[in-house]
Design a binder for this molecule. Sequence first.
Ligand SMILES: [Zn+2]
Length: 454
Amino acid sequence: MSIYKPVIGLEVHVELNTKSKMFCSCSADYFGKAPNTHTCPVCLGLPGALPYANKEAIRKCIQIGLALNCTISEDSLFERKNYFYPDLAKGFQISQLRWPLCVGGEIEVESDFGEKSLIRINRVHQEEDTGKLSHLGGVTLIDFNRSGVPLVEIVTEPDFTDSSQIRDYAKKLQQIFRYLGVSNADMEKGDMRLEANVSVREVKSEEGRGTDFELPNYRVELKNINSFRFIVAAVEFEIKRQINALEAGEKLHQETRGWDEDKKETYLQRSKEEANDYRYFPEPDLPGIKNQELRIKEIQDGLPELPSARIKKYIDQYGISKTTAETLVADESLAELFDGAVKLGLEENVPVKEVANYLVNSPTLASHLKGGKLNISPDEIVQAVKEKKSGKIEDEGELEKIAQEVISENEKSVNDYKSGKESAIMALVGGVMRKTSGKANAIRVKQILERLLL
Ligand SMILES: [Zn+2]
């Protein structure tokens, strides 16, 4: 029997949250606005209109590249990707092929089995978004508000071998975009879109996960998937479909497929017998982009502390568990709140671990995760941790006295426990906790009760 291994690469598109569009001064804040109100001759592709590049967008693209450990090209260039489709009126998209802004990065991902691996980033390049088509009962409407909104594309090497790595990668990218403040990366609004290239290769024997194997001679593109859950489901379906086809002796072809969430299966959109010829050529209306070392260093120095570095700091320096650290870092405002409370707490000798545990278990976090605000200040957190601490009954003698009371008041539970029903002791622990208004340590109380009932 053959063994098949998935070979998966990912392309992520992210819309930048700049004020204006990529090549004109129209507002890029188009979501939910009346159709075709954010347009001008440039983003409508009218003849003779000249584009000029948005510096802020280029800066944000470089920030993403640096966060993904890419090399920033000192010389970069825009190119025309020519194709005919009504979503871009000018007949081409301004993009980058041969001279992308950022090349050759990497990021660590973790699978559901806890296995860590490095995913190589091929490139991070700058381009523009297209208009939006709506198909309504035989008529197609076009809204050009989105046309020309800055878009960054991040392309990996085909290094994924498991769908859970893809989920981790996409979530990490989303966190990075939010920490950098370059995009809201809201999947539902289409700020962030995922595409996977999936194929499987037959391996004769169980070999290492090297990257020097020969790629399969086909790949299936899964396009425009707008949720983490759907991409995982689509990739898993596709791996099974392809393995079944190969085992049945079928030949697989280059094709584009979509995801049908109702049927839980992928479906054929377009088979590509020949490669697309976009006839890329340098954009004559835009000058090349020069990124001097000094400017790259200045952008690098201005990067915020990224999620991975923060998690590492919390674990290594503060001794916080990995799960707690990941919870605190998942959201930048939460991590900021935590950092603020830690700083204040250190001045008052409040242990960092207790601050972390308080915050992770607090009702404000629970409501925040459901979309509410984090309505607590660092100072309130520190005070709450201190009160809880000073309110604890640490005095062993006092606890023992209360435990004795509870024992004499609960004859039945005591007898049950003594006759071998060990769980009966929990009723007594509960009695002590009630009498102390929860200010005792339940584990300590249980130990005291066990000793008294020997
Ligand atoms: Zn415009």
